[in-house]
Design a protein around this ligand. Structure first.
Ligand SMILES: C[S@@+](CC[C@H](N)C(=O)[O-])C[C@H]1O[C@@H](n2cnc3c(N)ncnc32)[C@H](O)[C@@H]1O
Length: 273
């Protein structure tokens, strides 16, 4: 496995990219990410089917803890992962270190921002799974990221991403219990979520509360907050087209179903023009 880490960020407050690097909403919650998400693999199968069409090498933008990236390397694909969170990448690195040497060898990890990272190779397939695109909060960031991904694709290469289809009728401030899990160390962790909308800026802020307890010990709460810029179907098509992609397929789930008004997600597959 090859890894590249960013140098220390500048503390110059006028340096917007440094500010972006300093904000890591995953720092507090990275520990709990896999507990809830590692069993989810519908999208892994979907992206693997795309890779069968394109071949590798493959780029995963915003790869996090390697939930998607590691299965790709196990299947024999060379894959590079980019993520700006040192905490998420550290977890990924630890998980990769338990893989067979040949699997490790096919993985490259880079700490950086998809908006401006420069890798010295090109890929046949790039993807950005699981709502990650919504972390790009302005149109300018979305466009820069898409143009940067495009620069990293070979001619005719494919790019795919999936995001939730916005449901603006969701009640605000209502705390929902997302589930309770027990870790191998016997910690009981309950995950709660509450959401507010800023419709003028097309953003939603989601607060996660993790309540951690162990039998009769006092409960400890870890709280973390994410702001996401939700996206509409037509907007995504126009964005991709503006940034040099031809949208060749769209879906409303990971099993080939078309996008409809009630689809929970929107999946886009686009070719570099
Ligand atoms: C929802 S997680 C997805 C992780 C992984 N791809 C998965 O599907 O399980 C989103 C990830 O995006 C990363 N991220 C957010 N904005 C980013 C940016 N501008 N550049 C690189 N990584 C970013 C976060 O650090 C986090 O690890």
């Amino acid at each position: 496995m090859n890894t590249s880490k960013k140098g220390k960020s500048s503390s110059d407050a006028s340096d917007i990219s440094a500010d972006r690097e300093m904000l890591d909403p995953y720092e507090a919650s990275a520990r709990y990410y896999d507990l809830w998400h590692e069993d989810f693999n519908d999208d892994v199968e979907f992206y693997l089917r795309l890779a069968e069409r394109t071949g590798g090498p493959v780029l995963e933008c915003m790869c996090g803890t390697g939930r998607v990236l590691i299965p790709f390397a196990r299947k024999g694909y060379e894959i590079a992962g980019v993520d700006r969170s040192a905490t998420m990448l550290d977890r990924c690195t630890t998980k990769v270190s338990f893989e067979r040497p040949d699997v490790q060898h096919r993985i490259e990890l880079h700490q950086g921002d998809v908006v401006d990272i420069k890798l010295d190779r090109k890929f046949r397939l790039a993807f950005m799974p699981f709502n990650s695109f919504l972390h790009l909060l302005t149109t300018a960031e979305q466009e820069k990221a898409l143009l940067n991904v495009r620069d990293h694709l070979e001619d005719g290469g494919l790019f795919s991403f999936a995001v939730f289809s916005p449901r603006l009728d969701r009640p605000e401030h209502l705390v929902r219990h997302r589930g309770t899990r027990v870790t191998t160390q016997g910690e009981i962790i309950s995950w709660f979520e509450a959401q507010v909308f800023d419709q003028g800026n097309q953003r939603t802020t989601v607060t996660y509360f993790y309540d951690i307890s162990k039998q009769d010990k006092p409960v400890r709460r870890v709280t973390t907050e994410f702001t996401l810029r939700y996206l509409f179907f037509r907007e995504a098509l126009e964005l991709l087209s503006r940034c040099g992609f031809e949208v060749i397929e769209t879906y409303g789930n990971y099993h080939g179903g078309g996008f409809t008004a009630t689809s929970p997600i929107m999946v886009f597959v686009a070719r570099k023009r």
